[in-house]
Write a protein that binds this ligand. Structure first.
Ligand SMILES: [Zn+2]
Length: 136
């Protein structure tokens, strides 16, 4: 099992009406993105209209969270005081198998590479849950 370190002073997200279903889903070990009722394209983050066809609204859909690393950055030096407890770390843009692209930390940090297959890991902080990925 991959253990992700937690930065003790990291700021918690502040959900709004659009992001709340995503954060609530993570707390329940679910990944929620949106699908357009008009063109069926999937998107993240949630937003009031489709960025592809401009149709208003969208339906929430749950996806498994497996995917492929599209790109990544690896930090070896703490860029903020809050990140001192977690360096080195890698953050990747992951193309989810269920549609959409999202960002998350990836472990093992030193192995992360473009094209890696990943699976979701739900990392609980005191008041919120972070979506991370492990290389499979
Ligand atoms: Zn659309």
């Amino acid at each position: 099992m991959v253990e992700f370190p937690i930065a003790p002073d990291v700021a918690a997200p502040e959900p709004d009406e659009w992001s709340a279903p995503f954060w609530e889903g993570l707390a329940e070990r679910r990944i929620v993105i949106q699908v357009c009722a008009a063109c069926a394209r999937r998107r993240f983050p949630r937003m009031p209209a489709c960025p592809y066809c401009a149709a208003p609204g969208g339906d929430d859909v749950e996806v498994p969270g497996t995917g492929t690393v599209y790109s990544f950055v690896r930090a070896h030096r703490a860029l903020t005081p809050a990140s001192a407890a977690i360096v080195p770390y890698a953050v990747a843009a992951v193309d989810l198998d269920g549609g959409a692209r999202m960002f998350g930390r990836v472990m093992p940090t030193e192995q992360c590479a473009i094209g890696d297959r990943v699976a979701p890991v739900f990392v609980d902080h005191p008041t919120w849950t972070e979506l991370c990925f492990r290389i499979t």
